[in-house]
Design a protein around this ligand. Structure first.
Ligand code: ADP
Length: 566
């Protein structure tokens, strides 16, 4: 063989060997990749099997289109069914009959969409118990796998049921409470109306008793007769004050009491109370004094009438329950902002004091400390209850510090508005002579014969000329025929009441002189006063009216002033 042929053959062989080696390398790499892929697949299969085994959710996977289905172990642990006894048809059988249709509907929806469908149904376990399952069904993007995952929500459903029951119960209880509150409010309102009506009925004859006694006292009497008449007047007045207390308390309790806001001089309000009780303190040999802190502004804005009422009650108690020594009232600021000034009032006495166990009780209605001391001093046990209602209604608080046999300090706080910028011009005060009412023509509109007689006598004593009308309708007639300077108008009357009569009078006056009309009524509820003013009345006198308050009112509206003071 020629040499070049040999070389050529060797060359070919070498190339073939190289190619073979290269091919082997590729085959080895391919084998390695195949082995790795196999390992991955078996790892994934292992993971999937582990996931199915350990899941606490029910899992059911169906391959399509052959419909082969696998169930995980949870079906057995949760429901008692072994995977081999289950099939998609069997699932439908173990679902509660009422929930099958929603389940079918969910399946239909899943067939028509690619996403997930959720549905809840009750499933009957092998032992017959029911479990609530929340299903989540999905289809693989390639459409060949249907996966159903069911989570046990029986406990959640149970709690939900309990929660709904409690919510329902609470709702019911709220409604019952609201009903009870409505009934209680209604009952309190009825009670307060009853007290108001009773008080009206009692006040009418009381008006006669007080008034007639006052008239009696203006006639010549011997000493014994005078003493009896004075006792009669004092008893009638104290009966009236008990009646007023009862009425006031029932109004405050029914929350039908009204509160006013006005600008007032705080020092004047405090000293008015002190002056009123000065004679009583003097009679008991007590020193009565008051200190108002210089920090307090001259004027405050609040309910001056209610403040005086509370202070009067406390100072009058202090005087009542102190046999010797002193009663001191102190007033100072305890808190101040731009909008609010909180004032603390203290009434200190050196009296009988209050035992610790009684200090809270005495603010309850009708509570009086047992013992001869209280009996001897009288009272209704309503004063402090009224004070507490007023103070708390106005946003303050009230209490007592006391030591038996050494004395007490009753205190309360009350918020007020600060002084308004512009202080109103003081009203010009008119001065009247003793005969300022002589010849003043007054029309008394009153249906009750005793009251007619009584008020007529009081008016005649002032020198007034009195005309009488027994009803609102008659008053309208009389006013058409005769001129009068003022009308004293009873409110409750048969035929035509005082409010209607006033409205009619005001209509008939249009453009002409306006006659002052003063309500004279035994109605004592808050709101009556407003009704009178709304009807067109100018002032309001509550029966039984004393000679003094009647005179003051008449002077204001029909008196002839002697001079004008500025
Ligand atoms: P009243 O004075 O009409 O009995 P209150 O409600 O004003 O009713 O007072 C209730 C009770 O509190 C009184 O009966 C009395 O026992 C006691 N009390 C009130 N103020 C004082 C005081 N300053 N000192 C001692 N006891 C008092």
């Amino acid at each position: 063989m020629p040499g070049f042929v040999l070389e050529f053959t060797v060359g070919i062989l070498l190339v073939a060997v190289v190619l073979l080696v290269l091919q082997f390398g590729r085959i080895r790499r391919l084998r390695q990749a195949l082995v790795a892929a196999e390992a991955d697949r078996s790892h994934e299969a292992h993971l999937a099997a582990e996931l199915l085994r350990s899941s606490t959710d029910l899992i059911c996977v169906t391959t399509l289109p052959d419909g082969k289905t696998r169930f995980n172990a949870c079906w057995e642990s949760l429901l008692g069914y072994r995977p081999e006894e289950l099939s998609p048809e069997r699932i439908e059988e173990i679902v509660h009959a009422d929930d099958r249709e929603p389940l079918r509907e969910a399946r239909r929806m899943l067939e028509s969409c690619d996403g997930a469908v959720g549905v809840e149904s009750r499933v009957i376990a092998r032992d017959g118990t029911l479990r609530w399952i929340a299903w989540n069904w999905t289809r693989s993007p390639s459409g060949d796998l249907l996966c159903q995952v069911g989570r046990d929500i029986t406990d959640i459903k149970h709690w939900q049921g309990e929660l709904e029951e409690s919510t329902q119960e609470l709702r019911q209880r709220n409604e019952d409470l609201a009903d009870a509150l409505r009934s209680a409010r209604q009952a309190t309102k009825l009670k307060s109306e009853f007290v108001a009506n009773t008080s009206h009925e009692i006040r009418t004859p009381m008006n006669a008793v007080v008034g007639m006694t006052e008239l009696l006292l203006t006639t010549p009497l011997n000493e014994e007769q005078r003493e009896y008449a004075e006792m009669l007047r004092d008893s009638a007045k104290s009966l009236l004050s008990i009646l007023n207390d009862l009425l006031e308390f029932s109004r405050l309790e029914a929350r039908s009491a009204s509160f006013e806001t006005e600008q007032f001089d705080i020092r004047e309000a405090v000293s008015a109370v002190i002056h009123l009780l000065y004679p009583r303190a003097m009679a008991s040999n007590l020193t009565l004094s008051c200190f108002v802190s210089p920090d307090l502004p001259e004027m405050l804005v609040g309910d001056a009438r209610r403040l005086r009422q509370v202070l009067l009650n406390l100072v009058s108690n202090a005087v009542k329950f102190t046999d010797s020594g002193k009663v001191v009232a102190r007033v100072g600021i305890v808190g101040e902002t731009k909008e609010r000034i909180v004032v603390r009032f203290e009434v200190e006495d050196s009296g009988i004091g209050i035992a610790p166990e009684d200090r809270e009780r005495i603010f309850e209605p009708f509570i009086q400390v047992e013992g001869s001391a209280t009996r001897k001093r009288g009272g209704t046990g309503l004063g402090l209850a009224i004070c507490r209602q007023i103070v708390e209604s106005l946003g303050g608080s009230i209490g007592v510090i006391s030591k038996p046999d050494s004395g007490s300090v009753f205190w309360f706080t009350m918020p007020f508005g600060p002084q308004e910028k512009r202080v109103a011009e003081p009203e010009k005060e008119l001065e009247f002579s003793a005969d300022a009412l002589v010849g003043v023509r007054i029309l008394l509109v009153e249906d009750n014969a005793i009251n007619q007689h009584l008020t007529r006598r009081l008016l005649e004593k002032e020198g007034c000329v009195v005309g009488i009308a027994a009803s609102g309708r008659l008053a309208l007639e009389v006013l058409k025929q005769e001129p009068f300077d003022l009308v004293l108008m009873d409110v409750q009357m048969p035929d035509m009441d005082g409010l209607t009569a006033t409205i009619e009078i005001r209509k008939s006056e249009a453009g002409t002189r306006r006659i002052p009309i003063v309500a004279l009524t035994a109605n004592a509820m808050d709101g009556d006063r407003e009704q009178c003013f709304t009807a067109g009345m100018d002032d309001y006198l509550s029966k039984p009216v004393s000679r003094e308050s009647l005179r003051r009112c008449l002077l204001r509206w029909a008196g002839r002033p002697a001079s004008v003071q500025t």
